[in-house]
Design a protein around this ligand. Sequence first.
Ligand code: 4AD
Ligand code: MG
Length: 461
Amino acid sequence: SVTIKKIHENPEAHMQGKIAVAGWVRNVRASNRFGFISLNDGSCFSPLQVVFGEDLPDFREVGKTNVGAALVVEGTLVPTPQAQQPYEVQAELIRVVGASVPEYPLQKKRHGLEYLRTIPHLRARTNTFTAVFRVRSIAAYAIHRFFQERGFVHVHTPIITGSDCEGAGEMFRVTTLDLLHPPRTTEGEVDHGRDFFGRETNLTVSGQLYGEAYAMAFGSIYTFGPTFRAENSNTPRHAAEFWMVEPEMAFAGLEENMAMAEDMLKFLIRAVLAEAPEEMEFFNRHLDPGLMERLENVLENRFARVGYTEAVRILEESGVEFEYPPAWGADLQTEHERYLTEMVYQKPVFVTDYPKEIKAFYMKENGDRRTVAAMDLLVPGVGEIIGGSQREDDLEKLERRMEVLGLSREDYGWYLDLRRFGGAPHAGFGLGFERFLMYVTGMGNIRDVVSFPRTVKNCNL
Ligand code: 4AD
Ligand code: MG
């Protein structure tokens, strides 16, 4: 027998020789004398064309193969100079190793994204989703390359945690399902999680606080992992489970933080354009015309920077009738973000120095005592994709802020240690990985860049 190859990896090496390929049927066309199968072997965006003639064993049965079937094809790889694809397989033997059915949920026609969301276990077999998830894989690898090449240490921060990094209270509680030992009931409250750990625990909303601890040992670190938020926001850009990239740098302030975020984002865009050219062409052609030109422009220009106070003034003076009138002290709404990124700057923009009341407890207070050294990166079409800041390194200020916000010493004493023992100035940020993927692919809904999305009222498989 012939070893099965993923032929797209190196077609020239197999040209004119006997090969075997294995994959899934995207489409079959057959006449009385010959037929074509479009086969996806997973190694490349465009399917492989398989040609077979009436001399093929089981010629008639093969012609009736259903879309979705798994096949092994033995034959010869030949160049096809005049056709759309550069080569095809002339089959000598086709074995159906996993049949499909005529009612297979994915047919040759284009299916709507909404319909495909109902079958997340099958949708990765479509053009759109092979493109999305190949880009996701390439981008994830590029993140590691970017930071490793710059000497950052990758830290695995815990998923189960006792702290609420963002202080927003939007956490999923961790409990046990201990059927043998029913939980004790304290004051009428049943709490399995408290029983196991001896305290309340939650799924992490961010690895940052732990990342800060490691930055005080390695200087520069990054985390890249799943985070969880029980935000009751049913929008195209909120998921209950999403991935975040969080670098943290000692001896760095807001300027270095912004420079790092800009470099990282450009590196990732460049990597995706270079390593997924067919996929990006596909998005550009079918989903978001102008996408590639826009991304090329992003690479060539410095991101804009504007202070929050100035941004609010721009919004107030815009003459636009916003649903929520902009006001100093309030968070920027989606409509404000859109106006700034799409009408004013038309490129990514860092908004800095937000009022401290609307930002997390750990951000460094500015000289004006009303704002903090925060930075959000807003991009056209998606809005906020990065949130970051310089961290408060003044022990007393941090203690006071935590007291005001009711954060207990018992829970966060260790975090204060980081300031007590060699507390160096430091800064970091979090990139929402799915938001980045939406930006770079042009996909309009976060549910379409996550393999099995979890959103409000949806965790079906
Ligand atoms: O702005 P956030 O809440 O910042 C933090 O969590 C910091 N601890 C990060 C840091 O400084 N290390 O979240 C960071 C990013 C957001 O800008 C957004 O892109 C993404 O995470 N994000 C979400 N993405 C999808 N669904 C959600 N529900 C998200 N919430 C935040
Ligand atoms: Mg944020």
